[in-house]
Design a protein around this ligand. Structure first.
Ligand code: BGC
Length: 452
């Protein structure tokens, strides 16, 4: 039992979380640039104007990736850096930055995996209605075309949307992420619908303008569900819970099926259609055809899950976590089994090769007296999760794993409080310090996971 010879070991980041240079070289504003200036939205009034200053440090960051043995690097393009108004005129300096990054990666033998949208909606498009405006399908398509034209001679792996659950759910349902709006439910379903159509349109454009055969995927997320015992009925309970809609409307976007059934199976889940009928936009066959434009791989960002058993009423029953059970610094539960059951259930339903496009943990990392960063919690976490993933490869076609994150970075509304990196960033000096986990991950990659 083990990872296949071609298994891809990587790490992931996103543009605004690391790049900085938010007003440099003609970059336009995106909704996060603007949101960070609002009072009381980001921890301690922090912002992403400098972040890890990767825009200026990308060469040394790529060198670090190479030393770590990364085979692949997943990063996102800031739409507003290449198209400052979201459409129309191209910012050549922005294109140049990504060209330089891609070239540096390739020179160092690291395969670039590009995400088109990791929540960086150009502000100019937001002003025109953003995800609410059905024209966004074409705006996003045009942006994908530009990306294909400029980068696909060297990049062959693309993901369209990162976690639509979050950019619609947290951006417009709970409102704790940019643009910080609590929109009517009706609007949020419209945005979700437009986002999935935009995904489909981007797939078409990437294929049409790609300069080589491309591998195209989608990168949603969700909490996973795991059976509390190996009994068939508990496994069935976990499977049902995994693809069910949530009880709570104020959290409706946090589910798997609404976002993946249309994209992969070509239809919305029946349960949601009935339950949310009064909030839904008009859904046509043509829309569904566009959303389900065939993709090659299915990405999933997986962080944790919860346990269930089959209840006496034939419905999944949630198992409470015990007092004092392990948690990350951010308070998220530590549940390694989610990397076994999550991919298993997802593969069973969608039958697409899977990439774990993100997985990781925030810890309260500090520089110790010896000048090093000893993050044994992260090593424990990753050991457990990767062992589970190794087991999952027995029954699911899993192509790769991207650790979140290469380095500490701007954790959205939590600012710089949460450290998710394999590499510690001292934000005062921009010094990068390898944590113990970075050395550990390098060894795991070297052994293709055999030492787990
Ligand atoms: C997002 C990342 C984020 C990470 C940790 C994911 O939801 O894609 O941008 O930093 O989780 O919260």
């Amino acid at each position: 039992m083990g990872f296949s010879k071609n298994f891809v070991w990587g790490a992931a980041t996103s543009s605004i979380q690391i790049e900085g240079a938010s007003r440099e070289d003609g970059k336009g504003e995106n909704i996060w640039d603007v949101f960070c200036r609002e009072p009381d939205k980001i921890f301690d009034g922090q912002n992403a104007e400098i972040a890890c200053d990767h825009y200026h440090h990308y060469r040394e960051d790529v060198k670090m990736m190479k030393e770590m043995g990364l085979q692949a690097y997943r990063f996102s393009i800031d739409w507003s850096r290449v198209l400052p108004e979201g459409r129309g005129s191209v910012n050549e300096k922005g294109i140049q930055f990504y060209n330089n990054l891609i070239d540096a990666l390739l020179e160092n033998g690291i395969e670039p995996y590009v995400t088109l949208y990791h929540w960086e909606l150009p502000y100019e498009l937001y002003k025109c209605g953003g995800w609410m405006n059905p024209q966004i399908v074409e705006w996003f398509g045009e942006y994908a075309k530009l990306v294909a034209e400029r980068f696909s001679d060297r990049v062959s792996h693309f993901f369209t949307l990162n976690e639509p659950q979050c950019f619609v759910g947290q951006g417009f349902v709970t409102g704790n992420h940019a643009p910080g709006v609590k929109a009517p439910l009706r609007d949020t379903f419209e945005m979700a619908h437009n986002a999935m159509k935009a995904h489909g349109r981007a797939v078409q454009m990437l294929r049409q303008y790609g300069k080589q055969p491309l591998t195209i995927g989608y990168a949603p997320t969700c909490g996973m569900f795991c059976p509390d015992t190996d009994k068939p009925e508990d496994i069935e309970a976990a499977r049902q819970a995994m693809f069910a809609m949530r009880e709570d409307d104020s959290n409706w976007a946090w589910n798997v099926a609404w976002w993946s059934d249309p994209v992969i199976l070509g239809h919305y889940p029946e349960e949601g259609l009935i339950r949310y009928e009064k909030y839904l936009p008009k859904i046509t066959d043509e829309d569904l055809k566009l959303m389900s434009e065939p993709i090659d791989v299915y990405g999933q960002n997986i962080y944790n899950g919860c346990r269930v058993r089959m209840g006496e009423d034939g419905k999944p029953k949630y198992i409470e976590r015990y007092a004092g059970s392990p948690r990350t610094a951010a308070g998220w539960p530590v549940t390694p089994e989610c990397l076994l059951w999550g991919p298993r259930f997802l593969y069973e339903r969608y039958q697409k090769p899977i990439y774990i496009t993100e997985n990781g943990i925030s810890c309260t990392d500090v520089i110790s007296a010896d000048g090093k960063v000893h993050d044994s919690n992260r090593i424990d976490f990753l050991t457990g999760y990767l062992k589970a993933l190794k087991e999952a490869t027995q029954t699911a076609d899993i192509r790769g794993y991207f650790q979140w994150s290469l380095m500490d970075n701007f954790e959205w509304s939590l600012g710089y409080t949460e450290r998710f990196g394999l590499v510690y960033v001292d934000y005062r000096t921009q010094e990068r310090i390898w944590k113990d986990s970075a050395y550990w991950y390098r060894d795991i990659i070297q052994s293709n996971g055999d030492t787990l």
